[in-house]
Design a protein around this ligand. Structure first.
Ligand code: 23J
Ligand code: MN
Length: 257
């Protein structure tokens, strides 16, 4: 039988560290802005109900207003039309919310080229160095983009032609979807697709193929520089929003020290 007491002791001693991969959720948290002809998601907002005052003398609480895809969040398969018959976020099996993290570091490439697209060869090279992408694992695409996370303008990195943030080639998205059994893809950017992914063929290849293959997305991750390339355990905790397409999500990693 597995020994969870040993894990608890390792957590208590610091032999296993808990790293928060979640961006703080506040009204200034960057969100995706689509072209104006499309519907838009909301910023996260707090509305105070009471704060130890006339409205509630001994208690402080808020109502919240948010998009499902605001801040660090989970993309369920049903988010995309290719996954329309697959799980909504409340139906994602909880077994699929925890798995090993496999980190592919393209920080240098994204520094040089904000439109960098991870390609199949990048993944194959990672697999030659680290072994095949593990079944039931999360591929974490490290780009350094979270260093811009407190500056919505730098985070979106938009010009006349739209946002410029790193993503995947259609071939890489197809490879992850069809040739691996990973749980999904985690990224530091506002979405799993590149800022310029509307112009790819198909548009939004990662959403199209990865969600269509019953895999998941995790976005706006922080602190991925604190993860080993392999060996960390990632825990994603989206809210069970019934019929939801996704959810703001706390994402934690367990790392052996
Ligand atoms: C809707 C349309 C396009 C995109 C997205 C949402 C996301 O990135 C998202 O948060 O799922 S690219
Ligand atoms: Mn999303």
């Amino acid at each position: 039988m597995a020994d969870l007491n040993a894990l608890a002791a390792d957590l208590a001693s610091g032999a296993v560290e808990v790293i928060d991969l979640t961006s703080p959720l506040e009204s200034s948290t960057p969100i995706l802005e689509l072209p104006p002809e499309f519907g838009q998601t909301w910023h996260f907002e707090l509305e105070e109900i009471s704060k130890y005052d006339d409205r509630g003398p001994a208690w402080y609480w808020n109502n919240i207003r948010t998009g499902e895809h605001t801040g660090t969040h989970f993309d369920a398969p049903v988010h995309w039309i290719t996954g329309r018959d697959l799980d909504d976020v409340s139906r994602v099996p909880v077994r699929n919310l925890i798995g090993p993290a496999m980190v592919i570091d393209k920080t240098a490439e994204a520094d040089k080229n904000p439109d960098y697209l991870l390609d199949v060869e990048d993944i194959l090279q990672w697999e030659r160095e680290n072994g095949a992408l593990q079944d039931g694992g999360w591929l974490v695409y490290r780009t350094g983009w979270s260093s811009r996370g407190d500056d919505p303008v730098a985070f979106a990195n938009a010009d006349e032609s739209g946002p410029h943030t790193p993503g995947l080639t259609p071939a890489a998205a197809r490879y992850l979807a069809e040739s691996t059994n990973i749980l999904g893809l985690g990224v530091e950017t506002v979405g799993t697709d590149a800022g310029a992914a509307f112009g790819l063929e198909p548009p939004f290849p990662c959403h199209t193929m990865v969600l269509g293959a019953n895999k998941y997305g995790l976005t706006q991750l922080r602190n991925v520089d604190r993860l080993p390339r392999t060996g960390a355990l990632l825990i994603a905790a989206p809210l069970p929003i019934v019929n939801g397409s996704g959810s703001p999500c706390r994402v934690l990693a367990l790392v052996a020290r």
